[in-house]
Design a binder for this molecule. Structure first.
Ligand SMILES: Nc1ncnc2c1ncn2[C@@H]1O[C@H](COP(=O)(O)OP(=O)(O)O)[C@@H](O)[C@H]1O
Ligand SMILES: [Mg+2]
Length: 213
């Protein structure tokens, strides 16, 4: 199965949530293969740095060479889709044509978003982009870096709009300093607590949607 973390906005929480989700699944004994296709290589660099922690690797992380299109090889892509293992992609916050294949053929695209004016706009642009690509991926939206006691004026409009395109996860990922310290080898107590309700809802949705396909 291919699960991709993407949205057309830097700083939305893609890499943080991709790391947390990869760890979460790996710690449940799922086989995970990570592909970092962001030219900034944040996921990959973190994973390399974390060698120093002397903890066992939960998964391998690969990068795309020389800014090449991730897949010239369609067969590989189809194999990943039908495999039991999870192939997890972390993309950059740009609408690059080199991402076309992966966005089109992902089984699920996980889209972290915030309710600020700028994030709202880029999330809607990204949804349109997926529409133009005729991506058949299931879209899963996660409220990211969410502040519980804040009133977001864009929330009612965004929630309604988003729900027309995909699954809006009911629990948010709150803004938490502990999530800034995430590593690729573990998911510590408070970090796990910060994402576990969200991710169990995501997994439940993925299982249900995959059965209906
Ligand atoms: N839930 C959160 N709470 C606090 N900080 C967060 C949270 N999610 C992400 N961040 C921080 O926000 C910044 C951008 O997150 P990142 O995951 O790199 O976004 P992206 O990959 O979309 O560019 C990072 O400094 C990260 O530590
Ligand atoms: Mg990133």
């Amino acid at each position: 199965m291919i699960i991709t973390f993407a949205t057309q906005k830097g700083g939305a929480g893609k890499t943080t949530l991709a790391i947390a989700f990869a760890n979460y699944l790996a710690l449940q004994k799922k086989e995970i293969h990570v592909f970092d296709f962001d030219f900034q290589k944040s996921f990959y660099n973190k994973w390399m740095e974390d060698e120093d922690l002397n903890l066992p690797k939960l998964y391998e992380v690969q990068i795309s060479e020389d800014n090449q299109a991730p897949f010239s090889d369609f067969e590989t892509l189809m194999k990943m889709k039908s495999d039991e293992a999870v192939y997890l992609f972390d993309l950059a916050g740009t609408l690059d044509m080199k991402y076309t294949d992966i966005l089109q053929y992902s089984d699920f695209i996980i889209i972290p978003f915030e309710y600020s004016d700028i994030s709202t706009k880029s999330t809607l642009v990204f949804i349109n982009f997926l529409g133009l690509l005729e991506s058949e991926a299931g879209k899963i939206f996660i409220r990211s870096r969410y502040e519980k006691n804040f009133e977001y004026p864009n929330k009612p409009m965004m929630d309604e709009e988003i729900s027309r395109f995909g699954k809006l996860i009911s629990q948010p990922v709150l803004k938490r300093n502990i999530l800034q310290k995430i590593n690729t080898r573990s998911l510590k107590g408070h970090q796990r607590l910060a994402v576990k309700d969200v991710f169990s809802e995501v997994v439940e949705h993925i299982e249900k949607a995959s059965k209906e396909k």
